[in-house]
Write a protein that binds this ligand. Structure first.
Ligand code: SF4
Ligand code: SF4
Ligand code: F3S
Length: 420
């Protein structure tokens, strides 16, 4: 689908025709984007109104073909290049397609031929005109920003210059959205996310370490197909179409969670049978991300699918909140099962009373909450039900001792799963 000679005059449709791009290939791309947007169809806005109607592949195609040369400046600040690599390797929606077919990326260090002064000049030129600004990486503020300097300018100065004429700003990756690992305690470089520097314009946060390539592409496609209008965002600035659902509610291991079938060690029978990873540290109950639906590498797999707990990489300050990663999710007091992202985030830092940010996600948990089999700390329950492992395992191995928690009041939890 990539255009062989980059953007010429006219609309994207004209360019696609001129390059002889197969309509079916283009429609396949639009179909994938429509599927990503549909993933958040259950989401609602903070005001309780339904999220913007999900466009069909045909509508996306119509909107995209009329787009005229959207210019993009793509900054890489204090980061590891993983986010750009994720976009490169998104498969099917490759960076060539974005660069050559949908966008005119006038500055992206990773793929541009220019370097040194020529690259700086390209950035200066691109910054003069309206453009979409994509940012990877955090901004170090400590010691006058000396920890990230490009061409003699600090990351903060580079960001502010590029944001000046930006018509939309996407902070892509945990580093750009919240500072990620660099901002983890003790945050030696004073790293912050984009929206702590750019406060006079909205910033769309596309978190993840890295985010799924298709979600990066879909976020840009959303801007192109909605005349620059921003998608509905949650309380942390994330597009609801992608981050409107909690991993736990779409997880294929959820039935095992509900049945009390937990992996206790990574080589036990439960692990081999694909049981729930909650007990070995899964943060899926506190994490909002489309991973179970979109998956990675063209839908090949995803962390939990591969047998590893979710570490919550799309959540604010996940490094400080969720480490040690293999510890069971800490107690979130005072919250019911139907916690929202904002509530869980605030709960974990002990600030529930500070005012709850409404995430607005409708999840399957609402139905499941009524059916759930006993209390669990992660959802704010006051106590945790530890099931007698020998009744859940067929290998006859002795289970590890559960941590000291109050014994469940079985009289008040008549639905607690019984021995099988
Ligand atoms: Fe790298 Fe993760 Fe930061 Fe992206 S968010 S630049 S993958 S550390
Ligand atoms: Fe899936 Fe993790 Fe929830 Fe278990 S705790 S159901 S593995 S998201
Ligand atoms: Fe990140 Fe969890 Fe997805 S660790 S990649 S949000 S499964």
């Amino acid at each position: 689908m990539a255009l062989s000679n980059g953007w010429q005059q006219g609309s994207l449709g004209d360019n696609l025709d001129r390059a002889g791009v197969d309509r079916r290939e283009f429609m396949k791309f639009c179909g994938r984007m429509a599927a990503v947007f549909a993933a958040g169809a259950a989401a609602v806005t903070a005001s309780g109104q339904p999220a913007t109607a999900t466009p069909t592949a045909e509508e996306i195609a119509t909107a995209l073909t009329s787009v005229t040369k959207p210019v993009v400046v793509w900054l890489q600040l204090q980061e590891c290049t993983g986010c750009s690599e994720s976009a490169l390797r998104s498969g099917g929606t490759t960076i060539e397609e974005i660069v050559l077919s949908l966008l005119s990326v006038d500055y992206l260090e990773l793929v541009m031929a220019a370097s040194g002064e020529a690259a700086n000049k390209a950035l200066d030129e691109a910054n003069k005109n309206p453009h979409i600004l994509v940012v990877n990486g955090s901004i170090p503020l400590k010691d006058d920003g000396i920890y990230c300097v490009v061409g003699g300018k600090t990351a903060k100065d580079i960001l502010e210059e590029s944001a000046k004429h930006a018509t939309a700003i996407l902070a892509v990756g945990a580093c750009a959205t919240y500072g990620s690992v660099q901002a983890a305690r003790p945050n030696p470089t004073g790293a912050v996310g984009v929206d702590e520097i750019i406060t006079d314009k909205p910033v769309v946060n596309v978190p993840g370490c890295p985010p799924i390539g298709e979600i990066i592409t879909a976020s840009i496609t959303y801007l192109l197909t909605h005349k620059g209008a921003l998608p509905d965002l949650d309380g942390e600035g994330r597009p609801l179409f992608a981050y409107g659902q909690r991993i736990h509610d779409s997880c294929p291991r959820r039935a095992h969670f509900d049945a009390g079938q937990f992996v206790r060690t990574f080589d036990d029978e439960g692990a081999r049978d694909g049981w729930c990873l909650y007990d070995v540290g899964c943060k899926g109950p506190s994490t909002f991300s489309p991973c179970p639906i979109t998956k990675w590498n063209l839908g090949t797999s995803w962390p939990i699918g591969a047998g590893h707990p979710c570490i919550g990489c799309t959540e604010k300050h996940f490094f400080d909140k969720f480490t040690p990663f293999y510890n069971t999710l800490p107690d979130v007091k005072g919250l019911g099962i139907e916690s929202t992202a904002g509530r869980v985030g605030l709960g974990l830092v002990g600030a529930v009373a500070a005012g709850v940010v409404v995430h607005g996600a409708i999840t399957a948990g609402q139905q499941l909450a009524a059916q759930r089999k006993g209390p669990l700390q992660a959802f704010g329950d006051s106590e945790r039900t530890w099931l007698p492992l020998p009744t859940l395992r067929s290998d006859g191995a002795s289970p590890p001792e559960p941590p000291a928690t109050p014994a469940p009041d079985t009289a008040s939890t008549p639905d607690t799963p019984q021995e099988k």
